[in-house]
Design a protein around this ligand. Structure first.
Ligand SMILES: Nc1ncnc2c1ncn2[C@@H]1O[C@H](COP(=O)(O)OP(=O)(O)OP(=O)(O)O)[C@@H](O)[C@H]1O
Ligand SMILES: [Mg+2]
Length: 506
């Protein structure tokens, strides 16, 4: 048997000598090591008659094997290859002598995967706290994919919940385990004009084209993608292409590329994906389940809702068919925050009070926690100023408030005067608005913008109902409060006090 690693192809089959793997139509076929060795020896000598003695001495170099055993294994091999008894398309029997592999065989050189190189080329790893369940889940999904059951993972969480950080940690985990895979990473950008069809997938294919080990496969199996990328580079812009062909080619590319190594595609910020990319992902969903391909997409639910993004419907359909695994990132807990403080602040800074402060302010959002800790490093007194908001978080929250209707922004500003939690009825009264309208508007702000959450319905003293809400973050309440001019704030304060008195007074 040869020592170097070789890939053979014939008909729909691909064989990787280094992995003891026989793949048909992109799917690994069950095969025992002995049968595999027989196939490998026949392929390595395709077109030539291989005697039974030669086969036996190569496949079982150290033991005596009866001819019957060899015949049985060859017959198993024929079954694996789907040969019919009187239709030996691949293995010809030479009576009393041996066998000859007769189908045309293509031999390709083994190329190492780009995955490990790309991963180890990542910049310094960030400290990650918590997320052990999610990392285990991701590795488990990767392992299933390696066995030929690929799929799509959707990492979902609001700004700063750590989707990108978790993806990097997952890739680093794979590198630490020594897994070999091809990797392409892309990121969707916020579309300012008409987005280019397939933008993130084109970015993935571009990086596969740039890597020596995968470029040939792109050129031979996805010529339209190849043309689109090279033409875009020449013209300085992309060009539309037949959607059907693009999808089929992409599928074929994944199928071929995943034979030698598993393939991982990561697409960050998929909430900005163009519709063609969403359609391509849906098209692939059912096909990935038999392939060694894993696609990870990261999304912010609020951005999907605000745009009424087509991925919402596509994801629901995939989920109904069990074709997508959703991982929703939960907030960090107090012990995670303690770990973060220990790693980010000087020794001795960690105290129970400080951890509670950071947790209350950040509500477990890692970005908020990291920014608060950064501020604390610069100014230890920051923790004492209850109204202080780190600048990057202020800009982030303001950008979240911007798309709101003016009336809704006014509602939240008035609500922030009530406190972190607030009542819809008090809000309505203090603004002299209809309670039903306030409830409806708050409901929409809650569902679409995710800036507040509905806590419970409560009955008031006069028998009417109110809905109790809270801001999603204490910092969100502070930023809303900051937006009110001083005179307005004073009149709102007294209006809220009066409304309270009228409902709860005496
Ligand atoms: N588990 C964690 N432990 C420590 N730091 C974290 C963790 N998760 C995220 N971070 C830090 O929080 C910040 C935001 O994380 P990240 O960029 O991954 O969020 P995101 O969900 O991708 O946000 P966006 O939706 O804006 O892209 C980064 O500085 C990151 O290093
Ligand atoms: Mg991100």
């Amino acid at each position: 048997m040869r020592n170097e690693r070789v890939l053979y192809e014939f008909d729909d089959f691909r064989i990787d000598s280094g992995q003891f793997m026989l793949v048909r139509h992109g799917q690994p076929q069950p095969i025992t090591p002995t049968v595999f060795r027989i196939l490998l020896h026949l392929l390595g000598n395709a077109g030539r008659v291989v005697t039974k003695e030669e086969l036996v001495s190569n496949v079982w170099p150290d033991s005596y094997v009866a001819e019957g055993n060899l015949n049985r294994n060859v017959s198993t091999l024929r079954k694996v290859l789907g040969e019919k008894p009187r239709d030996h398309r691949y293995i010809e029997t030479i009576p009393k002598t041996g066998y000859r592999f007769i189908a045309p065989v293509r031999q390709t050189e083994y190329q190492p995967a780009n995955g490990l190189m790309a991963v180890s080329a990542q910049p310094a790893r960030r400290t990650i706290v918590g997320r052990s369940i999610e990392r285990r889940d991701q590795l488990h999904t990767f392992d299933q994919m390696k066995e030929g059951r690929g799929g799509i993972v959707c990492l979902s969480g609001e700004n700063g919940m750590g989707k990108t950080a978790l993806t990097e940690a997952f890739l680093a985990d794979l590198a630490d385990r020594g897994d070999t895979f091809n990797l392409a990473v892309a990121r969707c950008s916020e579309p300012l004009t008409q987005p280019e069809p397939y933008e993130p997938f084109l970015e993935c294919v571009s990086s596969l084209l740039a890597a020596e080990s995968t470029a040939d496969l792109v050129r031979s199996h996805a010529p339209t993608w190849h043309r689109t990328i090279t033409q875009a580079a020449e013209d300085g812009g992309g060009s539309g292409n037949g959607g059907g062909r693009m999808k089929r080619e992409f599928y074929e590319l994944l199928r071929q590329m995943s034979v030698a190594h598993p393939l991982v595609l990561v697409i960050d910020d998929f909430h900005w994906a163009d519709i063609a990319s969403v359609e391509l992902l849906s098209f692939l969903a059912s096909r990935l389940v038999t392939m060694r391909v894993l696609i990870v997409v990261c999304v912010r639910p609020v951005d999907l809702m605000l745009q009424k993004h087509p991925f919402l419907q596509a994801r629901a359909q995939m989920a109904a068919g069990g074709l997508i695994k959703e991982i929703v990132l939960p907030p960090l807990t107090k012990s995670h925050i303690q770990e973060l403080i220990a790693s980010e602040l000087p020794v001795g800074a960690l105290s129970d009070d400080l951890a509670s402060f950071v947790l209350a302010r950040s509500e477990g959002n890692p970005l908020f926690a990291v920014e608060i800790l950064r501020k604390l490093r610069q100014d230890a007194g920051f923790a004492k100023r209850q109204d202080a908001v780190p600048d990057p978080i202020r800009s982030l929250i303001r950008s979240r408030l911007e798309p709101l209707h003016e009336t809704d922004r006014g509602l939240l500003a008035a609500a922030s005067v009530q406190g972190y939690e607030f009542d819809s009825a008090i809000l309505a009264k203090s603004l002299t608005m209809m309670p039903e309208e306030v409830e409806e508007r708050l409901q929409a702000v809650c569902e679409v913008h995710g800036l507040i959450r509905r806590l419970r319905d409560e009955e008031l003293m006069d028998g009417k109902f109110t809905v109790r809400y809270s801001f999603v973050h204490a910092l969100c309440q502070l930023v809303c409060q900051e937006s009110i001019p001083p005179t307005r704030k004073a009149s709102l304060n007294s209006a809220v006090a009066e409304a309270f008195l009228s409902y709860y007074g005496n």
